[in-house]
Design a protein around this ligand. Structure first.
Ligand code: ZN
Length: 405
């Protein structure tokens, strides 16, 4: 299928990404393009660093050995930020997803986009230097945020969980600094994408639930995120639970799942009981110490999550439900609570083969997902063609300047 329509350099590049083509001859056989056309397109891909030569391959009966070509993702650098409500993680990665440098940052999302993104920019520069990568190898930026994002424009769709970020153009902000493609997405989306790709590559439908300061979820189908029309998909934290009287501190409604099962709700409940806790991580620490209040509260949170998840599981029939986020670090009690309500409330057909598991990538899932989103952004056929066109234009204008002088 791909071969029938492959013509542009970007489209030919996809045949190397999928592994269908490994040599010049493969490309010609797959596309039926003239030898000169293939040579011209490949030259552009090699010169601009999308492909590199990687030894020779000799196949029996195919005549002389031919040069093997492969996607140059190890030398291509990307910068990714996984920003939560209270802290985040920044990394310099290769486009293949290997982390070269990484650091955890405290970043109060409530201090607003300019403060947070300027800090991210400064630290990106420092990390890039530490990784020993030059600016020329940099191809794209990825940012995960703890709120809904308009995927097409990279703007924050709505900001009840991100005060001061309403409609903020995060992608444009980073694009202005770096002049490179920027992928921006909701953190739960990136967590789900990262986990699915690294741990469950063959799973058809995966549901990822992030339990951190708030609660969010994502649905990954055959490696692709399922998106709603207005970026509100996966906003499980504000599903209502009948009987819960607590007011949700982010949306103000009564009875939200997040008002009873989020890290913020657990901090509130434990504080009321006289415990000195301020963050999700401190809640987890208390659970780990075996504190009976903390264990009871996290188990109850799990039960509330399980009852909401029973609807999601009945509707979607996922093979895997992954629980991630800070609170999932105390997963024995949380998952115990989830199973307690999820299983009896859901038809056995939907749960017989269902895996409910803590995130295996843990704190790295967001970085892995953001790197994946950037790779798709910079290596898609359209992106590669646009980049090559821009390079050709730049070259022409340089030549023009020289002639004018
Ligand atoms: Zn709410």
């Amino acid at each position: 299928m791909a071969a029938a329509v492959a013509n542009s350099s970007g489209q030919l590049f996809q045949l190397f990404r999928s592994g269908e083509a490994r040599t010049r001859n493969d490309l010609q056989a797959l596309t039926g393009l003239a030898r000169s056309t293939v040579a011209f397109r490949l030259d552009a891909l090699l010169r601009s660093g999308y492909l590199l030569e990687d030894g020779v391959t000799s196949e029996p009966g195919r005549g002389r050995p031919s040069v093997r070509l492969r996607v140059n993702d190890a030398q291509t650098t990307i910068l990714v930020a996984d920003l939560g409500a209270t802290h985040g993680r920044l990394a310099v990665c290769t486009a293949a997803g290997s982390v070269l440098e990484e650091r955890v940052i405290e970043s109060a999302i409530a201090s607003g986009p300019r403060v947070v993104l300027d800090r991210v920019h400064k630290l990106f520069e420092r990390l890039l230097r530490r990784a020993g990568r030059d600016r020329a190898s940099l191809r794209g930026i990825g940012v995960g945020v703890p709120g809904p994002v308009d995927h097409e424009t990279g703007r924050i769709a709505r900001s009840i969980s991100m005060p001061g970020w309403d409609d903020y153009p995060v992608a444009d902000h980073m694009q202005e600094i770096y002049g490179l493609p920027v992928a921006v997405d909701n953190d739960a989306n990136l967590l789900g994408l990262g986990e699915q790709s690294a741990i469950y590559p063959d799973v058809h439908l995966l549901l990822f639930v992030k339990v951190g300061t708030g609660i969010g979820a994502s649905i990954v189908v055959d490696g692709q995120l399922l998106r709603g029309r207005y970026a509100a998909e996966g906003d499980l934290g504000h599903a209502k639970i009948i009987g819960v009287q607590e007011v949700c501190s982010s949306c103000g409604a009564v009875g939200c799942l997040a008002a009873t099962a989020s890290g913020r709700a657990m901090v509130r409940d434990l504080s009321r009981l006289g415990h000195q806790v301020h963050t999700s991580r401190e809640v987890v620490a208390l659970v780990r110490q075996g504190n009976p209040d903390a264990v009871r509260i996290i188990t109850e949170a799990g039960r509330a999550l399980g009852s909401v998840l029973s609807t999601a599981v009945s509707l979607l029939n996922p093979e895997v439900v992954v629980i991630g986020g800070d609170i999932a670090h105390a997963h024995e009690h949380l998952l115990g609570g989830i199973r307690e309500t999820l299983l009896p409330l859901t038809q056995p057909l939907a749960t017989a083969h269902l895996t409910v598991a803590p995130s295996r990538l843990r704190d790295h899932a967001g970085i892995a997902g953001a790197a994946l989103a950037v790779r798709e952004k910079i290596f898609s056929a359209a992106a590669v063609d646009a980049d090559l066109e821009r390079r050709a234009r730049d070259q022409q204008s340089v030549v023009g300047d020289v002639i004018l002088q």
